[in-house]
Design a binder for this molecule. Structure first.
Ligand SMILES: [Zn+2]
Length: 298
């Protein structure tokens, strides 16, 4: 018991130290595949300084600043921090929810309402936007071409397939949806019309979470017919554009260093977004176990 208490004291102290450690030294993530929010580039290096992306360029040509820490990440893929375009913040679980989201690479969540969004380097950012109040309830898709409807109205759609698929699999959902196939048909129409589709989870809808569900949503979007690259856009640059967040959603000089490093290539295998190696928010590396620490230390 005493040993456990000492161990916990050491661990918890360490957790605080890790969480508080700022990253003031510039660093370079070397030789990675970069999905820059729009398209893919091979063999790139990205320099981060003072919380922002300083430069990006071919790994063999980029000038590394003096004193920069070099992270050799050959074969991995660097993505902009993911944006969940539609959540509801449960006031009783805000800190835990935003902490878990950040650990799984979701650096920003968009919610229609919240009284006082909490802030911190260990929490996903909260963007409040009434435009986020959008659900795709699919009825008779054969009657209206949803894609043209959305593009004509200069709007966007957050299909929240994670929720739709839960609903359409239950017998009492018949009033809302006649089949899961109609949800897929709606995504196909949106894709064919080049309509803006965003990735959102509707967490904490039963069965969804603020962290893992966005990765599921990306997979659902791909299964419904989007390319992996289009699905990644839906969770990065397209969401940043839709909600007027010009400082994020892309990997480009001057933008926030909200970054996710994954093993493998999610631009061909979308499930690779789950194989997270590192997450940075504003250039600060996120400790990957803060909620485990929080549970141990409470
Ligand atoms: Zn909702």
């Amino acid at each position: 018991m005493v040993v456990r208490a000492i161990l916990l004291a050491v661990l918890c102290g360490l957790g605080v130290l890790i969480a508080a450690q700022p990253q003031d030294r510039p660093f370079v993530i070397r030789n990675v595949r970069v999905f820059d929010g729009v398209s893919v580039r091979q063999h790139q290096s990205v320099v981060v300084r003072d919380g922002h992306i300083e430069s990006i360029g071919p790994a063999d040509a980029l000038v590394v600043p003096d004193g920069a820490e070099e992270l050799e990440e050959d074969g991995r893929t660097l993505l902009p921090g993911l944006i969940d375009a539609h959540v509801h913040i449960d006031p009783l679980r805000t800190i835990e929810a935003l902490g878990r989201a950040l650990v799984l690479g979701v650096t920003t969540v968009v919610t229609p309402t919240i009284a006082e969004p909490p802030e911190g380097s260990h929490l996903a950012d909260v963007k409040i936007s009434e435009r986020s109040e959008a659900h795709l309830l699919v009825g008779a898709t054969g009657v209206v071409d949803l894609g043209h409807l959305v593009t004509r109205s200069n709007s966007f759609v957050i299909p929240t397939l994670s929720v739709l698929y839960r609903l359409c699999e239950t017998p009492d959902a018949a009033a809302v949806l006649s089949s899961c196939q109609e949800a897929r048909e709606a995504i196909r129409q949106l894709g064919a019309a080049d309509a803006v589709v965003l990735a959102g989870t509707d967490a904490p809808f039963p069965g969804t979470t603020y962290d893992a569900s966005l990765h599921w949503e990306l997979e659902h979007l791909v299964e419904a017919g989007m390319t992996p690259t289009a699905a990644l856009r839906a969770a990065t640059s397209a969401a940043a554009d839709a909600f007027q967040m010009p400082d994020r959603g892309r990997i480009a000089p001057g933008l926030r260093a909200d970054l996710v490093l994954v093993n493998g290539d999610p631009t061909s295998q979308i499930r690779a977004t789950r194989s997270i190696e590192a997450v940075w928010k504003r250039g600060v590396r996120v400790p990957r176990t803060p909620w485990v620490m929080a549970e141990l230390c409470s």
